[in-house]
Design a protein around this ligand. Structure first.
Ligand code: 2AM
Ligand code: CA
Length: 268
C-alpha cells in the first residue's frame, strides 16, 4: 500500500472513533427510552426473525452520522439490505444495529450494536457495544483491541477443548454431528443468542470457541476484527475463509481449540 493511503487510513480511523463516541451515546439513550414504551415489532423471514422500530432507527441514525462524517463511504447494513453491496472496494461500513434482536425484545439485555469499517476488503476498525452492560469492545487492525478503553490481553495458545467452555448453536451441531463429542469432552456448553457477544466471549477467553451456522456478514464483521487482533482464529466451519459479502457458517476459537476442532470434530 502506498504511504499516502496509509496516512489516509489512519486519519479515517481516528475520525471514525470521534464519530462513534457521539453516535453510541445517542443510540444508547434512544434504546433505553424505547424500553419505556410499547414497541412495534415485525417478523421477517420466520416467526423468530424479528425487526423492531429500534433496529431501523439505529441504522438510520448511523447512516445520518456517516453522511456527515464520511459522505463518500458506503454502508452495508442488516436493515437496508435492498442496497445490496456487491463488492468491498473502497470504504464500506458493515452494521448490525441490533445483534440479538430476540434478546432485545424478550429480555432487554444481551444484545449489541456491531459496526465495522472495511477498506478494500480488509477489516480496519470494528466495535461491538453491549448496550446494557455499557461494554465497548474496539479492534483496530494491527493495533490490538480494547474493552472500555483498556487493552485486552491476547488469548492463550495453550488452552484446548478439554479446558474450555464451548458455545455452539444447534444448526452447527446438526451440520457437524461430531461436535457433540467435542461438547462432551469440553467443560460445558453455553449459548447467549447474539453472535457478536459470543465472539467477544471467545476473544476475552470466557469460552474456547463459538460455532454457528447461518450467520450474516453484519453478525461477524466487527467481531472478526476484534477476535483476530487478540489471536483468535476465525473461519467458516469448513476451514475456508469468510467472504464478507455472503451468509454462512462460522467459527471463532482460541488457536489450540481451533486446531483440535478442525482435526477431530469438524470433519464430515
Ligand atoms: P440478529 O439478532 O441480528 O438477527 C443468534 O440468533 C444469532 O444469530 C444472532 O446474532 C442473530 O442476529 C443471528 N441470526 C438469527 N437468525 C439469523 C438469520 N436468519 N440469518 C443470519 N443471522 C441470524
Ligand atoms: Ca440484527
Amino acid at each position: 500500500m502506498k504511504e499516502r493511503d496509509h496516512v489516509n487510513k489512519q486519519e479515517i480511523v481516528e475520525e471514525a472513533k470521534e464519530m462513534m463516541k457521539v453516535f453510541l451515546m445517542e443510540a444508547k439513550q434512544y434504546i433505553e427510552a424505547s424500553f419505556e414504551k410499547e414497541l412495534w415489532i415485525e417478523t421477517k423471514s420466520s416467526r423468530n426473525d424479528l425487526v423492531t422500530e429500534v433496529d431501523q432507527y439505529i441504522e438510520a441514525l448511523f447512516t445520518r452520522y456517516l453522511k456527515q462524517y464520511f459522505p463518500s463511504h458506503r454502508i452495508f447494513g442488516e436493515e437496508n439490505a435492498e442496497h445490496k453491496v456487491e463488492s468491498l472496494e473502497g470504504a464500506v461500513w458493515i452494521i448490525d444495529p441490533i445483534d440479538g434482536t430476540l434478546n432485545f425484545v424478550e429480555q432487554k439485555r444481551d444484545f449489541a450494536i456491531s459496526i465495522a469499517l472495511y477498506m478494500d476488503g480488509i477489516g480496519e476498525y470494528g466495535i461491538v457495544y453491549d448496550v446494557e452492560k455499557d461494554d465497548l469492545y474496539v479492534g483496530e487492525k494491527g493495533k490490538g483491541a480494547t474493552l472500555n478503553g483498556r487493552e485486552i490481553r491476547k488469548v492463550s495458545d495453550r488452552r484446548g477443548v478439554a479446558d474450555s467452555l464451548l458455545i455452539a448453536n444447534l444448526s452447527a451441531v446438526n451440520l457437524y454431528p461430531k461436535l457433540k463429542e467435542a461438547i462432551r469432552v469440553s467443560r460445558g456448553l453455553r449459548l447467549y443468542g447474539a453472535a457478536s457477544l459470543e465472539f467477544m466471549a471467545v476473544a476475552t477467553e470466557r469460552a474456547g470457541a463459538y460455532l454457528a451456522a447461518n450467520l450474516a456478514p453484519w453478525d461477524v464483521a466487527a467481531s472478526k476484527i476484534i477476535a483476530e487482533e487478540l489471536g483468535c482464529i476465525v473461519s467458516r466451519l469448513s476451514g475456508e475463509e469468510i467472504d464478507m459479502l455472503e451468509k454462512g457458517t462460522s467459527v471463532v476459537a482460541l488457536p489450540k481449540v481451533y486446531q483440535e476442532l478442525q482435526n477431530l470434530y469438524l470433519k464430515k
